[in-house]
Design a protein around this ligand. Structure first.
Ligand SMILES: [Cu+2]
Length: 141
């Protein structure tokens, strides 16, 4: 009889513990869902260097330590896309103050591209920062 009562109490306690853990698990799941941040897709603001901006692209290959084509004529709003097809790295930089002209690429490794939107008329001369003998120009009208 004592054994039976003990067993009964033990079962009751086990039930309580089980219910406690079920509630705890539910609470964790619910609070986990509630506190999860709402995922919002942030759209980057239009970038001056974005391919979407402008009227079109003009591709300039960097090959055999030359810009090909070196001297180009484009319309205002054209995006010039430089692609390094050399094994050596290159850096496209304006002949004039790059801080002012903003024409300054990062170091372009093989296969990497740099794009720049020319939205003001004029002639813009540039060179490779690593190999100053590499020269090019962009005439924007
Ligand atoms: Cu170079």
């Amino acid at each position: 009889m004592v054994y039976c009562r003990y067993n009964y109490n033990k079962n009751k306690r086990m039930k309580k513990i089980t219910i406690f853990f079920v509630i705890l698990a539910l609470a964790l799941v619910l609070s986990g869902c509630g506190s999860q941040p709402v995922t919002t897709v942030k759209q980057a603001p239009p970038d001056k260097n974005s391919l979407q901006v402008g009227i079109g692209n003009f591709d300039v290959k960097i090959q055999n330590f030359t810009f090909d084509p070196a001297d180009i004529n484009i319309e205002k709003g054209t995006t010039v896309v430089w692609t390094n097809e050399d094994s050596a790295p290159h850096i496209v930089v304006s002949d004039t103050d790059p801080a002012q002209s903003k024409l300054l690429s990062p170091e372009l490794k093989t296969g990497e591209t740099y794009n720049f939107v020319f939205d003001t008329a004029g002639k813009f001369s540039y060179h490779c920062q690593i190999h100053p003998s590499m020269k090019g120009s962009i005439t924007v009208k």
